[in-house]
Write a protein that binds this ligand. Structure first.
Ligand code: AMP
Length: 283
């Protein structure tokens, strides 16, 4: 059985012991319902650290939509099997009471970064992410922490958090793992209907088409309009944004410049499942 830690006090003993033996601790925060994308982060930690701890906690404060929180998949026993297979050292699975023993009064503000894209469509989301990641960083005190490029804006938020609060933690960002047909792996994909699963490909396909059209010199306004039309034709899809951004500070561009670092970011509902994805053009 893989050792499961439920409280920071239990973890602190292991932490002290591993520091005495000069072990480098790698940390992978997750909300469970693990797939190969999560496991890529886990493998990167195992490859580069002496001890890997994976947290599983579905964080209520980052859900701006109660139904989304309630429908979030939970597969703890399958998750534990997967982590055991990868030879993860510890799983940290705190309860809500451990993470939030009292209503939080602190209000983290990430400035402009939390008000655009995901921040605009999911108000308060990044405050919740920042809060839970700060708490987890304080509790686990790892040397390195692993995050997925799949959540590009979240990476920007975590970078800002680490700098602003002086966490002495190295961030490692791992590329997006996709299904064979290109759909980015996500815990939410299991909620797609068979028809929705086909329509969901529109996110990746439209980013790929947009990227090649932009590199051929097509105007961004036209490219974006064509994408919007394709989403409009699909009754199951409801596009929230399709934007060109700077992949680090997430500044939204109004035109494409091949000399500037650029990624495409997309968010769309497919039925009642909200999916996000991004594709680097120049990074
Ligand atoms: P979540 O459980 O969705 O909060 O994700 C936990 C971590 O896994 C985050 O750092 C995500 O960015 C990362 N992640 C989620 N999906 C993927 C994917 N398809 N490829 C790589 N990393 C991912």
């Amino acid at each position: 059985m893989i050792p499961i830690i439920y409280t920071p006090e239990e973890w602190k003993k292991i932490w002290l012991h591993s520091l005495k033996s000069n072990k480098i601790i790698g940390f992978v925060p997750t909300m469970g319902a693990l797939h190969e994308g999560h496991l890529d982060l886990v493998r990167a930690s195992i490859d580069t650290c002496d001890l890997t701890v994976v947290s599983i906690f579905v964080n209520p404060t980052q859900f701006n939509n109660q139904a989304d929180f309630e429908k979030y998949p939970s597969t703890l026993s399958a998750d534990l099997d997967k982590l055991k297979e990868e030879k993860v050292d510890y799983v940290f699975a705190p309860s809500k009471e451990v993470m939030y023993p009292q209503p939080t009064q602190i209000n983290l503000d990430f400035g402009p970064l939390e008000r655009i894209l995901e921040g605009e469509f999911r108000p308060g989301h990044f405050k919740g992410v920042g809060l839970v990641v700060s708490k987890l960083f304080h509790m686990i005190q790892p040397h390195s922490a692993f995050f997925g490029q799949k959540d590009l804006q979240q990476v920007g938020i975590i970078r800002q958090l680490v700098k602003d609060l002086s966490f002495s933690i190295t961030l490692r960002i791992i590329p997006t793992r996709r299904e064979k047909d290109g759909l980015a792996m996500s815990s939410r994909n299991v909620r797609l209907t068979p028809e929705g699963r086909m329509v969901a490909l529109l996110l990746y396909k439209s980013m790929k088409v947009a990227k090649s059209e932009l590199l051929e010199g097509k105007n961004w306004f036209e490219v974006k309009e064509n994408v919007r039309k394709k989403f409009d034709l699909e009754p199951l899809a409801r596009l929230e944004y399709f934007e060109l951004v700077h992949p680090e500070d997430m500044t939204i561009y109004s035109s494409f410049d091949a000399n500037k670092k650029t990624s495409i970011c997309v968010a769309s509902y497919i039925g009642d499942v909200r999916l996000i994805d991004n594709l680097p053009i120049n990074v």
